[in-house]
Design a protein around this ligand. Structure first.
Ligand SMILES: [Fe+2]
Ligand SMILES: [Fe+2]
Length: 157
């Protein structure tokens, strides 16, 4: 792998690392806010997802160091929050995951171009977890819209 190729992958991994930490912050914020209003099951799920995003950030950070890069901690886009609005919160989560999937597919293309299959395998593994997150949030958003309070009481409290 030439130095130039490595730089492209490293540059990409740095932006992914920032996004993973941002996603972790969003889910931790939502976890404590849902917990505060008694949405215990949803709060627990958000905490698990925050932990998965932290694990992604960790794996990406390890890869950056493995490739000889250094870690940079930038500004993370955690939106300002007002009163808890469940459908709006879930819509944001769907967007967070769609963005992650787009970003990872882009990264997989970069890795293919740069012949960095080690990084590509890591991204493919993270991608599958983000796809599962997206499905979960889309399903919840759908069910909240369709079944309203009945669904919330039975599945999210
Ligand atoms: Fe992630
Ligand atoms: Fe995710």
């Amino acid at each position: 792998m030439s130095a130039k190729k490595t730089n492209k992958v490293l540059e990409y991994l740095q932006s992914l690392h920032t996004a993973e930490i941002g996603a972790m912050g969003i889910y931790m914020d939502q976890h404590v806010r849902c917990s505060n209003v008694g949405l215990s099951k949803l709060a627990a799920m958000l905490k698990d997802d925050a932990a998965e995003e932290m694990h992604h950030a960790e794996e990406v950070a390890e890869r950056i160091l493995f490739l000889g890069g250094s870690l940079q901690y930038g500004k993370h886009d955690i939106p300002k929050t007002g009163p808890l609005d469940l459908p709006e919160m879930l819509k944001l989560d769907v967007e967070v995951e769609k963005y992650a999937i787009m970003q990872l597919n882009g990264g997989i293309r970069i890795c293919a171009d740069e012949a960095d299959n080690g990084t590509r395998l890591l991204l493919e593994h993270i991608l599958k977890e983000e796809e599962a997150h997206l499905k979960d949030y889309e399903t919840m958003l759908n069910h909240v819209g369709k079944y309203g309070d009945t669904y919330i009481v039975q599945h999210l409290l």
